[in-house]
Design a protein. Sequence first.
Length: 166
Amino acid sequence: MHRKILLIVFSVCLLLRGVCYGEHPYSSRMQDFVRNVYDDYGSQAFAEVYAAMYPRIAELVSEEEYVAFQQHHSAKLSLKLTDVAVGDVSENPRLPRTLRQMVAEDASLQVYGVDVKYRAHFVSGTQRTQRISKTVYVALVGAGTPQESLYLLWDPSAMEEEESKP
């Protein structure tokens, strides 16, 4: 009997520990999702990255266009990502305008920001290494339902900006 009570108290303490430290119940899931996306991107599995994107993106950019763009961009720069570190998760971050417009009509989603840092090795005239720190945006659709899904929010205008460069 005492053992059951101790087990219950211990379980509640573990649950409260996450709440006390401000951890959201989805934090580790969001971090794993972003880590997987960056692992896929780093290994140039661009079709897998595309498959993780918010469905509205498919209305704007086809998988073939996205994969071709990323392959060209990666090859042009000899891009390599290393030392990927996924950090804090924030709920309802302020989204860039283009992403706000993309998700505006979907009331069933919650948006999270996930901090990520990595080292980018590339060639742009000379070989360079740059440490990047940024926030990646993730949409949680249908939280708590059997159809619950995570999606990467990505701004397709990045393709247009890259194509307009000389």
